[in-house]
Design a binder for this molecule. Structure first.
Ligand code: PGA
Length: 260
């Protein structure tokens, strides 16, 4: 894994946006996997800035999001459809027929999940998958002990994730218990994964992901088996890493073309 440690989440967001920009510029028709939650927000703001000020275009991109709640209509303020439009899509030049999210309201869920996987394959797979990590080590909404071979499907959130996500919901709103998420096997097929984590709350999961045993108890640890992963951490999320100095040394000695 390539581990990039920055002093603040903002500096992390800036380097993460550069990773995305590099992918967009190096491929004629890039396919991006996108994530929601609090973590990627600053990166999306930086990408919007690059679009407005530097002419970064998303016109030839296709995107697939990791997950969506079951039962929330796309115009519900808590749905990830709404989140993506509000925080990114409405501010860039991505054509409206080029973004995809799992359908949490499909009548035929099995077919809809199969179609999602097929659409990803039809465009040649995901070139860069953006990921956050749950405090319990989940990626997408693949909770601990779920199968490493899983594909896009309905999942039940753990009680910890429901508690963690309740901060995004109003006091009278209930966090849905059910979600549709890309599976671990879907994520592992992305050609390059970009995982961002900030804050001390994520430090234990980050340590298990990078330096722990590969185990379904920490779903993100499977990324140790992926050939190309870039992890962007702030100092707080990195503080439990025992080889922190090594990761910084490796980054300081990168060749010019390896830098972002
Ligand atoms: P967060 O969630 O960005 O809201 O912390 C990350 C995740 O659950 O993957």
């Amino acid at each position: 894994m390539e581990v990039l440690i920055r002093d603040t989440p903002l500096e992390g967001a800036e380097v993460a946006a550069k990773v995305v920009r590099k992918k967009i510029l190096e491929k004629p028709h890039p396919t991006l996997g996108l994530a929601t939650g609090g973590t990627p927000l600053k990166m999306y703001q930086e990408l919007i800035r690059m679009h407005n000020e530097e002419g970064l275009s998303f016109q030839h991109c296709t995107t697939f999001n990791l997950d969506e709640y079951v039962g929330l209509p796309p115009d519900n303020g808590q749905s990830y459809h709404y989140y993506m439009k509000n925080n990114l899509f409405d501010h860039i030049d991505l054509p409206s027929d080029k973004y995809h999210l799992p359908d949490g309201n499909a009548d035929n869920l099995r077919q809809s999940c199969k179609d999602y996987e097929r659409k990803i394959k039809d465009v040649g797979g995901i070139d860069l998958q953006v990921l956050g990590i749950g405090a319990n080590g989940h990626i997408g909404f693949n909770e601990p002990t779920g199968s490493f071979a899983s594909r896009t499907w309905i999942k039940i959130l753990s009680e910890q994730t429901i508690r963690d996500n309740s901060k995004y919901f109003g006091p009278t709103e209930k966090v849905p218990y059910h979600v549709v998420t890309m599976g671990i096997a879907t994520i592992m097929e992305a050609k390059h994964c970009l995982l961002i984590a900030n804050g001390a709350k994520k430090a234990d999961a980050v340590r298990k992901m990078i330096e722990g045993a590969v185990s379904a108890s920490c779903p993100a640890s499977i990324l140790q088996m992926h050939p190309r992963v870039t992890v962007v951490l702030d100092e707080e999320a990195a503080y439990l890493l025992s080889a922190k100095d090594h990761y910084k040394w490796v980054e300081a000695n990168k060749l010019d073309w390896q830098k972002y």
